[in-house]
Design a protein around this ligand. Sequence first.
Ligand code: FAD
Length: 500
Amino acid sequence: MQNHRDDLEKKIVILGAGPTGLGAAYRLQELGYRNWSIYDRNNYVGGLATSFVDAAGFTYDIGGHVMFSHYKYFDDLVDKLLGDNYTEIMREAWVWMMDRFVPYPFQNNIRYLPPDVVLECVMGLIEAQKTPERIAEATNFDSLIDAQFGAGIAKYFMKPYNFKVWAHPITHMSRDWLGERVAIPSLERILKNILSDGDDVGWGPNNKFKYPLYGGTGGLYTPFLKYVGDHLALNKNVVAVDEESKQVFFSDGDIVEYDLLLTTMPLDLLVNRMYHAPEQVRDATEGLHHSSGLIVGVGVNRPCPSEKCWLYFPESTSPFYRVTYLSNYSPYIVPDNDHFLLLTETSSSEHKPEDPTTIIDRVINGLINVRLLEPSDLDRIVTTYLIEVDYSYPVPTIDRNRSLATIQPYLHHHDIYSRGRFGAWEYEIGNMDHSVMQGVELVNYWLLGEKESTWKDFAEHSKIISLLNSQPQFKAKVGHGHVVGEQYSFRPNGAHVVAD
Ligand SMILES: Cc1cc2nc3c(=O)[nH]c(=O)nc-3n(C[C@H](O)[C@H](O)[C@H](O)COP(=O)(O)OP(=O)(O)OC[C@H]3O[C@@H](n4cnc5c(N)ncnc54)[C@H](O)[C@@H]3O)c2cc1C
């Protein structure tokens, strides 16, 4: 092992045994480094990518987890951890609206909608394309959607769906998380699909993802224990960090010293638990917004009536924004073939309150409204399961980048590295592959001196973005893809991301 710092026999401490912490831990072991430990407040590993099994034998993920990878290292690691114990699923998505299924991407398949709605969508797009400069001028996600898709597609799908997912007014959301590239929908392609009655879907034979055969999504993370278990302590809840004396305090009274700290706990909570963070840094947490999630699973005693994977729900006929036929991912999700499991996701926030005490009933009614369940299924529901998630989505709001550019340099100055879905607080690098790799790359930086590539220095990154935006020739370059929130988005480097 080559250390790029001559001072490495430093004590490395990792807070959080989710994908980011486990990725870092695995890499430390792989490089032969031994002076480290990892802590989690839960009594299990996997964080948000864990799974739970109920007494009836159904397995629940914390929302549908689609494994997607942009990294060879991650692919190889998945192969090593899962071996042959995986299934392969077609990345197939649908939208339910106006009492019908529309293949995703929505805008390419509007021919499924009533003729007056098709006309409204097409006319809106034609109108929008008369002023393409509005795409570059859009100052937030809301105005970007109008400029990019036109009034019809915005009204029927993009705006209601995105509010349902993010639980924040989309006028509060920035356009930065989509990167510099923004797709202009092809009017020609849309018209061709309408006139030729052709489906234009985002999935195809090569569009598959792996899913653990056993244990749900969490089945990918429990095998890490074999490699990192000796350094792991569970049920360790961090209550404070003294960044001057470099100590972490746990609720059970234990104190641990570190030289280098990787933390994956939510960034706002970390900062507010630090002893010396200046007011400016504490205040910056006000710019970090997140949604919460109510994940409800419904197990039904009959063979699965559909081969679909997941569906989006933009309308108010259901509380959820997405439903996954989780039992189609692996036969071991349910007790036997005579059962199926629907996993629903509902978001909430101060802008979109949801009552957890009524959510299961509302979800079941919603499933009947959208015809995923028949009224006669009410007698066949054998189990329901509610997972309440405090921190579900880090929302890319307009004030986010400024906050990160204030907080992260302060942390780095104190040898604290906040990474992962809520550690970095960057949705665009918040999937499982990004998270594992943020951990791996940080260790590569510490031990090998390699620059991190998934996580970018935000102060530096913000400077680059504003520099680009001040030069008109770099604005709003055209890529291809779709803006939906979870399944399809653009990364700053312009790559087409399909996951989460
Ligand atoms: C609804 C939903 C759907 C998703 N869908 C997808 C998908 O389709 N595809 C995909 O790739 N990804 C998906 N994700 C994202 C995926 O779950 C994350 O990428 C991943 O879990 C992030 O890993 P992490 O380690 O950064 O954070 P986490 O998983 O949040 O892990 C952080 C860990 O820190 C611990 N911790 C927090 N506070 C403390 C404390 N005070 N003391 C000690 N420990 C603490 C937590 O217990 C946790 O184990 C989804 C997430 C959600 C919520």
